[in-house]
Ligand binder design. Structure first.
Ligand code: ADP
Length: 564
């Protein structure tokens, strides 16, 4: 049963899939699957996304050069001015343009271009509305002399383990005025510089087309065909796009996990989540894909409004939208289908060998789709999947980037009380103590100062005042500080990796010790006084947690062997 933003039979009957319109929030769902992750809307806001990507750019600058250099306003305005001045001084021929985008804005709302940082002050908007100012990509790829961007649909099927699918086709949304590189004269021409459909639809030049290869909205595959016929390396382009998507999601997952454990605590009944995301990508002239933004709630409309006669509007089908979006929703439902697992279990009982990956099964076109046992697949008549698995398929190439994920795992461990997203001072002290990070040159008093300094600064940025304490980004900053202090001469990502290994090793050792103590107590209890309680009381839940951590301990035996 699927619930579309409501409950078909009240709240009495649980549903298999809950399809929410905007965001996750619903604390009364205890089972099934929800089409939104907690915290996703917050994570993809312009400021949060820029911050998350910047953390990754600090660690891996080359791998994350697909996102334009960005500054957060108002707090980074002085930094923006200083950096631009420095870059101009070192290269006087550099004549940049910047794009200012209000945080939380969409459909081009409030966006404008500037040539100089001082132009921001003239508008007076930095005081009223937080925003991101970003380097403007001046040399986009043009088709028919027009700038266009790509909307790609990505299914985040699971956070833990990470599972990502990308739709094989997307949309290309065109500007409606021929493109010219930005000058003071044309900066304000939105139909030339902004590709938003919601803006360009109001230009007299917008072309609705029944053909996916022409008009102001086309399929991405039609662009690829054109590029390929001009001799472009389309395979490389796709692989760059896949890499951009995976890296972006890797940047988002640490904080998403913090939200997740807060809304759906482990060990309690709750749903699992999946989400369709809209990635907006701009191709540069040299075919390098650049990330513009991620949409948590991409429009799935398959019709558009058309003015039939003056003042008379009608919704008419849009074949381009239909071709791309129907397939995305259909295949998302196929991939998350709860019946599929049951069918697979039956198949496993009747067959000696069944391909491991779902994808292998599902990717087969109708002609070579195999029927297993006597269970006839209800997918037999459907076209092959438009969603292609890219993670864990390419995990080996990208796992080294998942450092902040491991920092987030440490953060979550020390959050203590379930349901919070911020770390208190005691939690931070326990983290430092358990990971053996304080010593004669780094006293517990310095630990407290570090906590207070960083937490105060992050909280003064006014992101979330609901809870007090240290948010994940602040913890990441403190962690980077500690890593730099401890492993001075290494590059940042190696400093951070070394500190993570160090912390995980000490925590695994601690868990092992606790487990042994726990076992000792249990043995002593059963041998001497079977029912007597003593200091360390292990509830079944705590015991399971310790057992899980022992698995981690085994994992880090390698580290220990290497070390001693
Ligand atoms: P919104 O959420 O309001 O649509 P976007 O970040 O998608 O905001 O920006 C709107 C449009 O502005 C994009 O579709 C793109 O055409 C253009 N744009 C955004 N950022 C850049 C950039 N850094 N360089 C060039 N064009 C950009």
């Amino acid at each position: 049963m699927i619930a579309l933003s409501g409950f078909p039979f009240g709240r009495r009957l649980p549903c298999d899939i809950y399809w929410h319109g905007v965001s996750f929030h619903d604390n009364d769902i205890f089972s099934g699957q929800v089409n939104k992750f907690p915290g996703m809307t917050e994570m993809v806001r312009k400021i949060t996304l820029s911050r998350a990507v910047r953390t990754m750019q600090d660690l891996f600058p080359l791998e994350y050069n697909f996102y334009p250099r960005s500054w957060i306003l108002p707090e980074e305005f002085p930094l923006f001015v200083a950096e631009v001045r420095m870059m101009k001084d070192s290269d006087p021929s550099w004549k940049p343009t910047f794009i200012v985008k209000p945080d939380g804005g969409c459909q081009g709302d409030g966006i404008y271009l500037i040539k100089d940082p001082s132009d921001i002050r003239l508008t007076g908007s930095i005081q009223s509305r937080p925003a991101v100012v970003q380097e403007y990509i001046c040399k986009p790829l043009l088709v028919d002399k027009l700038k266009f961007d790509i909307r790609l649909y990505v299914l985040l099927k699971s956070l833990e383990p990470l599972e990502i699918y990308i739709a094989k086709d997307g949309l290309s949304r065109f500007c409606t005025e021929p493109y010219q590189e930005p000058t003071l004269k044309n900066l304000h021409q939105v139909f030339m510089h902004l590709t938003n459909y919601s803006l360009n639809i109001h230009s007299g030049n917008f072309i609705h087309s029944d053909n996916v290869n022409t008009g102001s909205k086309r399929t991405f595959s039609s662009i690829l065909c054109r590029l390929s016929s001009r001799g472009a390396d389309v395979k490389k382009l796709w692989s760059d796009i896949i890499s951009l998507v995976i890296k972006t999601i890797i940047a988002l997952t640490p904080e998403l996990k913090v939200y997740y454990q807060s809304d759906i605590p482990a060990g309690k009944p709750g749903p699992t989540c999946f989400q369709i995301l809209g990635f907006d990508i701009l191709l540069m002239k040299n075919l390098k894909p650049m990330l513009l933004e991620v949409n948590a709630n991409p429009s799935m409309r398959i019709e558009h409004e058309q003015e039939l006669s003056p003042g008379v509007f009608e919704n008419v089908p849009s074949p381009v939208d239909e071709e791309v979006k129907v397939a995305v929703i259909r295949d998302t439902l196929r991939l998350v289908d709860p019946q599929k697992k049951k069918r697979k279990d039956v198949q496993c009982q009747t067959l000696e060998h069944v391909p491991e990956a779902n994808e292998e099964l599902l990717d087969a076109g109708p002609a070579d789709r195999r029927e297993y046992g006597t269970t006839k697949s209800p997918e037999a008549g459907l076209p092959s999947l438009c969603l292609k698995q890219v993670f864990p398929k390419y995990a080996k190439q990208f796992n080294y980037l998942r450092l902040v994920d491991r920092v987030a795992a440490l953060f979550i461990r020390f959050l203590g009380v379930k349901g919070t997203t911020k770390l208190g001072p005691t939690g931070f002290r326990t983290f430092v103590r358990n990971c053996k990070l304080s010593n004669s040159s780094f006293s517990m008093a310095s630990v407290d100062i570090l906590y207070i300094d960083i937490t105060r600064r992050w909280n003064s940025m006014g992101i979330d005042h609901k809870e007090s304490g240290m948010c994940l980004q602040a913890f990441v900053e403190a962690f980077f500080c500690l890593a730099q202090k401890k492993y001075k001469s290494l590059p940042l990502h190696e400093q951070v990796k070394s500190l993570i290994d160090f912390c995980e090793y000490h925590l695994a050792a601690l868990d092992e010790k606790r487990l042994v103590c726990g076992r000792g107590i249990v043995e002593r209890r059963s041998a001497v006084v079977p029912c007597q309680t003593d200091g360390l009381h292990l509830t079944p839940a705590a015991h399971t947690a310790l057992l899980n951590r022992t698995a981690t301990a085994t994992k880090f035996a390698d580290y220990r062997n290497h070390r001693y």
